[in-house]
Design a protein around this ligand. Structure first.
Ligand SMILES: [Zn+2]
Length: 62
């Protein structure tokens, strides 16, 4: 089972039990509460983490 996390506050949410969700740029986001959903809708980019950046390999020459 996939784990869903409220993008606003970081709480884990059960997508089958939460009533608050929204779609943004093709992804469905689940929220723990209406308040979190509203915050997200106002500024979705604030809460979307950028895709993880691959760490550069440690370089001997810094
Ligand atoms: Zn939340």
């Amino acid at each position: 089972m996939r784990d869903f996390v409220c993008p606003v506050c970081g709480m884990s949410v059960d997508p089958e039990r939460t009533a608050w969700k929204t779609e943004y740029e093709g992804e469905t986001y689940h929220f723990c509460s209406e308040a979190c959903r509203e915050k997200f809708l106002k500024k979705p980019k604030k809460y979307l983490k950028p895709r993880p950046v691959k760490r550069r390999r440690h370089s001997c020459c810094g």
